[in-house]
Design a protein around this ligand. Structure first.
Ligand SMILES: *Cc1c(COP(=O)(O)O)cnc(C)c1O
Length: 373
């Protein structure tokens, strides 16, 4: 049945996934763990680089939680967090009863502003960790952020859930911090239907995370527990989907970029700006977004509603964490006093970026948006 709805980002399967799933069934290896998990981790390591010690888990959020634990974050600790991101980036800080302090975005990548981060360390010199997200697959200013973290002795955790295959100066997102996090949720650049991966910069951390993720079972003949554990591992069936998808990751990335370039070209003459990136970084272009330029009196919500009427899915920019009721009491640090995140949120829109969208379908989206200007 032909579905003419145009989506933001949905799963794209190729058939290779079934090969690995069949193998799991044929060998009756349906349980968590198993050869597909090992294979997926090894193949991801090959993709990301030698220092990437990978652990596949049942969600990106689980990986974020274990990353916070590996950083040694304890009750009452301050963790500096990207402000403009999805809530999953910052929730695990609360799981450990630590406190998020949100760091405003800069305008060149929409990610954590190093100037605001430096200011935050003046106010909270003992902050334990920095939780940095690469929004929409665009690499953050890694040189500056890494230097600041190192100088202040804070652990860097990278939420690369949206940024798999993106790179900054030739190094893949997810491999800059002590830990990196990937997600294979249904809308991500590759998907396992649901799942995630923790990327550790050393094998000992990976082992520790694996221990926590498998109920913290000590090495005894009976069930012996000396720490609190979790059930966070990925199943061998799900990992099979991941192995099949990984074969097509670069192809997905190239299709995402094509979509971004078409929007960019089509909106050249319009008072709108595409989500920006640094010239020496390569985003994965997971979502194409725009901001309506200041002075152009068009409300992105009106564009979204008109698109919805045409059966086209769009979505506001992720609402910044400091504007979320649940984080009302948390501190928020800006570079110069201006609230950049709020401004981008109010003028921005995420556009359909589904790689199965045809050129004709994208032209439909473009026509609706153009009709506002
Ligand atoms: C999707 C996403 C997550 C959560 O990943 P799950 O696999 O859904 O748990 C975390 N952070 C960001 C920035 C995301 O976009």
């Amino acid at each position: 049945m032909k579905n003419d709805r145009i989506f933001l980002s949905t799963p794209t399967m190729h058939g290779d996934e079934m090969k690995y799933i069949h193998e799991a069934f044929d060998r009756n290896w349906i349980a968590p763990l198993g050869f597909n998990c090992d294979g997926f981790e090894a193949e991801m390591k090959e993709y990301l680089g030698e220092e990437a010690n990978c652990l596949c888990l049942n969600a990106g959020t689980a990986a974020l939680h274990l990353a916070v634990k590996l950083a040694g974050v304890k009750q009452g600790d301050v963790v500096f967090c990207s402000d403009m991101t999805f809530a999953a980036t910052v929730n695990p800080v609360s799981y450990e009863k630590a406190v998020q302090v949100f760091i405003d975005s800069e305008r060149e990548t929409w990610n954590m502003d190093p100037v605001a981060l430096e200011k935050a360390f003046e106010k909270y010199p003992d902050a334990k960790a920095v939780m940095l997200a690469h929004l929409y697959g665009t690499p953050a200013k890694m040189d500056e952020i890494k230097e600041i973290c190192d100088r202040h002795g804070a652990v860097l955790i990278e939420d690369a859930a949206e940024a798999l295959s993106a790179d900054y100066k030739g190094k893949k997102c997810g491999t800059f911090g002590k830990c990196g996090v990937l997600s294979f949720n249904g809308n991500k650049i590759i998907t396992t239907s649901g799942g995630g991966m923790l990327v550790c910069d050393n094998e000992a951390d990976r082992k520790k995370a694996l221990f926590w993720a498998t109920q913290a079972r000590e090495n005894f003949p009976w069930y012996q527990h000396e720490e609190i554990g979790y059930n966070y591992r990925m199943s061998n069936v799900v990992a099979g989907i991941g192995r099949g998808q990984l074969l097509h990751l670069n192809e997905h990335r190239d299709l995402k970029e094509k979509i971004y370039r078409r929007y960019e070209e089509a909106f050249k003459e319009l008072p709108v700006t595409m989500n920006p990136y640094l010239f020496d970084s390569k985003p994965n272009f997971w979502l194409s977004c725009l901001t309506v330029n200041e002075g152009a009196s068009v409300d992105p919500l009106d564009i979204m509603n008109k698109l919805a009427k045409e059966n086209i899915e769009a979505r506001p920019i992720w609402k910044p964490m400091h504007m979320q009721p649940v984080f009302e009491g948390n501190d928020f640090i800006t570079a110069e006093g201006e609230d950049v995140g709020k401004d981008i949120f109010e003028r921005g829109l995420c556009m359909p970026s589904d790689i199965k969208m045809t050129e004709e379908e994208q032209n439909r989206v473009i026509a609706v948006i153009k009709s506002f200007f």
